[in-house]
Design a protein around this ligand. Sequence first.
Ligand code: F7E
Length: 326
Amino acid sequence: MKRALVTGATGQDGIYLTRLLLDKGYEVYGFVRGQSNPRIPALLDNAPGVKILKGDLTDQPSIIRAIEASQPDEVYNLGAISYVAYSWETAHLTSDVTGKGVLNVLEAIRLAEGKDSGRIRFYQASSSEMFGKVQQIPQTESTLLWPRSPYGVAKAFGHHMTINYRESYGMHASSGILFNHESPFRGQEFVTRKITSAVARISLGLQHELRLGNFDAQRDWGFAGDYVQAMWLMLQQDEPDDYVVATGEMHSVRDLLDISFARVGIDNWDRYVVQDSSFLRPAEVDQLLGDASKAQSVLGWKRETGFQELVEMMVDSDLQFYSVKG
Ligand code: F7E
């Protein structure tokens, strides 16, 4: 039986990946932060059988102990402060967790491997946010990074550190450059879920207004459940490498609004949606579009869920949730 250690296990991707690994027969350990973390019950409900280990990415001894306790064949580093807007308010903390946290995990693995380099396979959750002010359209694994937020800068540090440890020590360290990926488990601070939950509440008469920032931002939005497959596939390869994971389609925040409101039978969303400058960012990433040809040809990965299907899945799930919860 293979063993895996997943940091950030209580997050959206953590839940999907943990479930995938359990289904494949792995023994899975979730590395989870905080005292009485309120997200642990959701993880245990959705991925029964996962074993919880407590620690923090900024506390390296806790990572070393987690590796000792779990004896993993594979480590997936999904833990991060992941909300881009918040990273301007906490640039130091974001650098420590989202950036230096990666180094802490890499070093802990190197220590555990000793002379047996490559024994523990490592996945780093890199992000399309590293492309920021895009220097090429669409973005590939070799596109120049130009991050536009403290979050993007921290992710770029983790990405390059992963490559550096692979090249310096022969570690089996791979990096997935994942474009935006969403699901009903997405946090409500992110624009997709903010919209789908508001639309559900508006159609149920529980909310009357939705305040948003930049309507014109464009992203390459995919389904998180499809994307965790790519993470796993990367660690099944003989050679570690970096891969873009994306749909190759770009949509705007307006498209999200169109599909979400249409799903509940509202054609004219103008009367509910208000632009609020407090949601604009100090530096915006205007558009992101990924080219996942390498993941498709080398890993045999392909996305299964289209944009409209994804948005409708999220609206339906929120409708169900709020019609029970109120
Ligand atoms: O924003 C615009 C906002 O916060 C998307 C994270 O998973 O993906 C995510 O980062 C766009 C931006 O995601 C609102 O300005 C307009 O242009 O959903 P988001 P993100 O910043 O792209 C990457 C790949 C990651 O790695 C990150 O961890 O939507 N937008 N109005 C808004 N965004 C939010 N959150 N709220 C608004 O009211």
